[in-house]
Ligand binder design. Sequence first.
Ligand SMILES: NC(=O)C1=CN([C@@H]2O[C@H](COP(=O)(O)OP(=O)(O)OC[C@H]3O[C@@H](n4cnc5c(N)ncnc54)[C@H](OP(=O)(O)O)[C@@H]3O)[C@@H](O)[C@H]2O)C=CC1
Ligand SMILES: O=C([O-])CC(=O)C(=O)O
Length: 274
Amino acid sequence: MSEQRVSSELRVAIAGLGSIGTKIAAALDQGIEGLTLSAVAVRDPAKHQAFLGGLRRPPRVLPIDQLGEVADIVVECAPSRHLREIVEPAVRRGKTAVVVSVGGLLDNFDLVDLARANGGRIIVPTGALIGLDAVNAAAIGTIHSVKMVTRKPIDGLKGAPFIVENNIDIDKLREPLKLFEGTAREAAKGFPANLNVAVALSLAGVGPDRTQVQIWADPTVTRNVHRIEVEADSARFSMSIENIPSENPKTGLITALSAIALLRKQRATLCVGT
Ligand SMILES: NC(=O)C1=CN([C@@H]2O[C@H](COP(=O)(O)OP(=O)(O)OC[C@H]3O[C@@H](n4cnc5c(N)ncnc54)[C@H](OP(=O)(O)O)[C@@H]3O)[C@@H](O)[C@H]2O)C=CC1
Ligand SMILES: O=C([O-])CC(=O)C(=O)O
């Protein structure tokens, strides 16, 4: 496929038009400085016909592994099992992949080497979390410990492999139940669609085997609540965020906004925050 360019705008392609992807597509269509929406990949094109037809400049619909051919930036926001199909062709071509299903990156970490070898990049937005700028900064020095406690309503955890495999009935809970305590790597395996934030935190800081995570199923909360505590030689900080779930109860509304903010920074004249 031709790579001939007629404009200096960065072309963005989106893989997956769910709770996150549709909001990013709409934002790009409304206009982000220096960026244009070039293509999307969807599972079932018929399902998305009305949404795409409603855009001012409808993008091309391409197979998921072809997005890197028509874009400078490929945004991955599909189920994590598709991460490799989306990211590999992009970074092999020296393109940038914005990865939202960051939990899936741990089992595909060779993609970072592939990107490095080909001049590509993998960028993980802060997503549904808070404070990765401070964690990045602290990691320049020495971080002694990173802990995260997540509390989610029942609907935000239903179907997670850890719950199914351990036969835990969370439907009738009346008070908070600690489901899991362990490393971010273990959390990503047990809760692949619910705890991307733990993996993002770990990659910003001390890695997936030293980042400690607790997960609570909490029928008393209506938001996805994440609290992080960091002890470093430069600072001690704790932060928490209470995410309003999107139409996908596992996904906080702020996740798409975080990716949009990241895209805005690609060509913005004034950038604030690391
Ligand atoms: N980093 C972070 O902080 C966060 C990350 N996430 C992660 O982001 C990802 C997206 O989340 P979200 O938007 O809420 O998920 P959704 O389930 O709302 O959307 C995923 C979309 O991907 C589509 N899809 C499935 N298979 C394919 C395929 N083969 N080709 C193209 N598209 C496909 C689905 O289509 P269909 O509807 O037809 O099945 C769906 O529209 C998830 O992996 C989630 O775990 C979520 C929240 C926070
Ligand atoms: O990390 C995730 O996958 C989702 C999440 O916790 C949130 O949206 O608050």
